[in-house]
Design a protein around this ligand. Structure first.
Ligand SMILES: [Zn+2]
Length: 166
């Protein structure tokens, strides 16, 4: 379940190239029996898994980036196979959020986005560039390891600006 307050993966990723995970491709390839419905929802719900994993419902009045993030989130729930985790609900939710953010924002994509925007001062622009919602970006940034931070700094320092010509 994802609420509004809302990786590594072999699919769609090529070593060395920033190719973020595509949940719609994952759905077609690995979950062909799962039906996705887009519908109006009350409250702050963005999506949920229903019918014992047969249906994923996504909220209708959301952006493509939000639906992309929510679909990823629900697919991670399906992969983990823990649809009812009782008292561990909060822990499971935070693990699923973390995994979805890793998948959707590989470090290489983050480097590319920051370079393209000339910095990371504008989270909304960064999220838009990465085609994710702001919560997914916030989760990704808050869970970066110190090794990733070092790599990020190094990549940003090393790489010449995209527009440079020789
Ligand atoms: Zn959830």
């Amino acid at each position: 379940m994802t609420s509004r307050s809302s990786t590594r993966h072999p699919l769609g990723s090529t070593p060395g190239i920033a190719a973020p995970y595509d949940p719609w491709a994952d759905l077609r390839l690995n979950w062909p029996h799962v039906k996705v419905v887009i519908e109006r929802m009350t409250g702050d719900l963005l999506g949920e898994v229903r019918d014992d994993g047969q249906v994923i419902a996504l909220r209708a009045d959301t952006s493509a980036a939000q639906r992309r993030c929510t679909l990823t989130h629900e697919l991670v729930h399906l992969e983990r196979g823990i649809l009812d985790c009782g008292p561990w609900l909060q822990r499971e939710e935070s693990l699923v959020h973390a995994e979805a953010s890793l998948r959707l924002i590989p470090l290489a994509s983050l480097v590319e986005a920051i370079r393209a925007l000339g910095g990371a001062d504008d989270p909304a622009a960064l999220a838009q560039w990465l085609e994710v919602d702001s919560e997914t970006l916030a989760v990704r940034l808050s869970r970066m390891t110190s090794a990733e931070r070092r790599m990020l700094r190094r990549s940003l320092a090393r790489q010449a600006p995209l527009w440079s010509v020789a």
